[in-house]
Design a binder for this molecule. Structure first.
Ligand code: ZN
Length: 120
């Protein structure tokens, strides 16, 4: 009974970390692609003029900035503020939390899909 509960609460966490790992390498790949494109453009098209730099430099910068913004969104957690399903006391947590204990009634609460659910 208790073991089954634990297995259920672990599923969303595993899915979440997989998404994070995938998004992480994806944003690195995009940043690298932009960076290399910018580098190639500024080195080849330029040839003494500023044309290559005008197009190349923004791409280089985008290659550095885009992954940072993508990763920031990736690790952002939503704040949850909801009444305790057991006693109604206001609880503040984040969707990164899987399980918590109510400070008022000491009951264990699962966090599922940004909602608070009593563990038993
Ligand atoms: Zn409570």
């Amino acid at each position: 009974m208790e073991a089954k509960k634990t297995a259920e609460t672990e599923d969303p966490k595993a899915r979440r970390s997989f998404d994070s790992a995938y998004g992480f390498s994806f944003s690195i790949a995009i940043g690298l692609a932009l960076f290399i494109t910018g580098l190639v453009i500024s080195l080849t098209i330029g040839e003494g003029t500023n044309t290559g730099l005008i197009f190349g430099i923004p791409l280089l910068l985008a290659g550095l900035i885009v992954p940072i913004f993508m990763m920031r969104g990736l690790f952002k957690t939503n704040e949850i503020k909801a009444p305790c399903p057991g006693c109604g006391a206001s609880i503040k947590t984040s969707d990164a939390t899987l399980q918590l204990k109510c400070s008022s009634c000491q009951r264990v609460i699962n966090v599922r899909d940004e909602k608070l659910v009593l563990a038993d």
